[in-house]
Design a protein around this ligand. Structure first.
Ligand SMILES: *Cc1c(COP(=O)(O)O)cnc(C)c1O
Length: 366
């Protein structure tokens, strides 16, 4: 039996007609940039995030970049984040000219450990960028308290955690702004690239609206340098079809996670830890195991999809050599990078598929 890490065709089969007619509607109008579909989708996403404003962007990466630019973060500034994340988080900080400053993660949640933040704050620190990894929000209360004390902005990288909650609050509604990605493998995935910045800050919202369009406030009048960070209406139309299914899809992932948790209980497999403060959307189901690399080989040879998120922590990437970090600086992240592996968790998995994954993992490890 083959079990892919993600099967987007299974999801597409359930909404194909709606997607085709929504896309066709945009094509018939030939309004291919901006317009009512983008406006409608922004309003809908702001609402599900319990926020006032949302600005569609060309990707999650551009959502992060545009937010940093809107907050005037650049040369000479420092932004605190985690080394255990997708590259875009720190890549965007570096692209503004600012310096990414890393803080190690909590070994249970894999999210930034708030206890390490205060020690790295300097006069140049402008913002903290917590990343809500794998679908679970960071421990935000201590992060917001530190940000308040030092007057720092908080940019939530919620690219893996749309509609996830922390103490009843939605991702993106806790910090200064939150960034979402609609990359196809995210819980709310487009038919190509897309992203969004969500915020309650009206000034930031207005800045983002023109920054995503080359900083153009009135036609051909530019007060600030922006970029082409716009969300396509074809993406907005497809995502508007998918959004009403998001809760049911995320619940399917949570149910699958509970199923795996039960089957792996009492074995050498360490299942994901979800804080009682959080409701995860399980963008990934990441286990920690002995003999991780051998298991990866074995699963791949057995036609079971799996992947490592992430094999090289960002402080050890060549492109950040000038930050002068070294092996051993963030031991919790480095160990997680060696011991964790993501298993298939998408909602359309059948019980037979999950049983096969569990059996293949346990037969190999035990
Ligand atoms: C996917 C992702 C991004 C980037 O989103 P794109 O839409 O692929 O540009 C940023 N941060 C995290 C944590 C992500 O998972």
């Amino acid at each position: 039996m083959q079990v892919p890490l993600l099967d987007l065709k299974a999801q597409y089969a359930t909404i194909k007609d709606d997607i085709l007619s929504a896309v066709s509607e945009v094509l018939e109008t030939q309004r291919c940039i901006g317009g009512p579909k983008v406006d409608e989708f922004e309003k809908a996403v702001a609402e599900v995030c319990d926020c006032k404003y949302a600005v569609g962007t060309s990707s999650g990466t551009d959502a992060i970049l545009a937010t940093l630019m809107a907050l005037d973060i650049g040369e000479g500034d420092e932004v605190i984040t985690t080394p255990y994340t997708f590259f875009a988080t720190a890549g965007c900080i570096a692209r503004t000219g600012a310096k990414p400053v890393f803080v190690d993660i909590d070994p249970k949640t894999y999210n930034i450990d708030p206890a390490g933040i205060e020690a790295v704050i300097t006069d140049n620190t402008k913002a903290i960028m917590p990343v809500h990894l794998f679908g679970q929000i960071c421990d935000m209360d201590p992060i917001m308290a530190i940000a308040g004390t030092y007057g720092l902005a908080v940019i939530e990288d919620a690219c893996q955690s749309v509609t996830s909650t922390y103490k009843g609050k939605k991702a993106c509604s806790i910090g200064t702004a939150g960034c979402l990605s609609f990359f196809p493998s995210k819980n709310l995935g487009g038919i190509g690239d897309g992203g969004m910045v969500v915020t309650n800050d009206e000034k930031l919202y207005k800045q983002l609206q023109y920054l995503r369009n080359h900083g153009m406030e009135a036609q051909y009048v530019h007060k600030k340098v922006g970029g082409n960070f716009r969300l396509d209406p074809i993406q907005a139309a497809a995502l508007l079809v998918k959004l009403p299914h998001l809760d049911e899809w995320s619940q399917g992932r949570r149910d699958n996670a509970a199923y795996y948790d039960k089957k792996f209980a009492g074995t050498c497999v360490q299942t994901p830890y979800i804080s009682p403060d959080c409701k995860s959307i399980f963008n990934q189901y990441v286990i920690r195991v002995p003999k991780r690399d051998a298991l990866l080989e074995h699963l791949r040879a057995s036609d079971i999809g799996c992947n490592i998120y992430y094999p090289i922590p960002l402080h050890l990437q060549d492109c950040f050599a000038d930050l002068n970090y070294k092996q051993g600086d963030f031991p919790v992240s480095e160990q997680a990078a060696k011991e964790t592996i993501a298993l298939p968790i998408y909602p359309e998995l059948t019980d037979e598929m999950k049983d096969h994954v569990v059996k293949t993992v346990l037969d190999f490890l035990e």
